[in-house]
Design a protein around this ligand. Sequence first.
Ligand code: FES
Length: 357
Amino acid sequence: MSTSSPGLQAEQNGSKSDHKDLIPEGSHLTGSDPDHERVVPNDPLARLTVKVTDRNEASEGVVALTLADPDGRPLPGWTPGAHIDVHVDDERVRQYSLCSIDQDQERWRIGVLHEPAGRGGSQAIHNTVQVGTHLTVSHPRNNFVLIPSKRYIFIAGGIGVTPIVSMIGQAERAGADWSLVYGGRSRNTMAFMDELSAYGDRVRFVPEDTDGRVDFGEYLRDVQDETLIFCCGPEPLLNAVEKSSSHWPDGSLHTERFVPKKVDASEDVEFDVEFVDSGLTLRVPADKSILEIAESAGVPVLSSCGEGTCGTCETSVLAGTPDHRDSILTDSEKERGDTMFICVSRSLGGCPLKLML
Ligand code: FES
């Protein structure tokens, strides 16, 4: 659903139960597998206005923005791995991970990479957002929940370090053992290095121009007991880590993608979908998404990225078998088939689907 938004506004005057304890008030968990729950606000349509209280260069090309409630009230709670939607303008919505070591409710921080070849969202933020700017944002959503563990291996590439920064704070508070491998093009493009340097040899910086690329085959060769791997970064890094950890126990690796996985749509077929709450059954043609059909029929549905990466359009499946094409669900979540992202996912084999919409 495209929602009208004021976007950027210049200021006129200047153990699993442990896991559940971390869920912010006013939010809920999705899914039935406690290892793979996602945290979403009870009202995913809710928007709020925040004020930029600090802006600094976290590295060459990355600006760090600190956000707070304009009236000084606490912001909604969040958990490490969470992101917010930032409404750049009426058309453009971008997702940014919250990246503070402290799980602060007074202020949030995001890191925005300037992507000159992107679609203009990051450029608009870099060019127009200053201290005092008001932004319209969503409540935090978390598709990348840090599952409690004795030990973590964190792997970050480039701007993918942003959710990992928050996770390190949580791992420290929980007394977990952890290490981070953080790669980037060169040291001057790697954000938040000062903060991360404080953790000494737990953190290994790997600037590609001087140190080359990490050999993940070697790095992840030995399976470590009671250890989870959390990884965020560009596609080649994610692919290398997925391949290099394929011999680890199921559920060891958790990733977050900024860009969608490539999908072959050449053999897509039409299928019927029943929107149970709306009492409608509609046909989804081969060249349209379920989201497009729902929106054109006036079915209330929320969406943002439209490419299966942000998690906003998550919908419960009551019957049928989804053909999952998102970049969010783990293999076991896909297999369970009780939820899907309707901006990209379809029906397997063209069978009818029944959705809670
Ligand atoms: S709108 Fe982002 S996952 Fe569907």
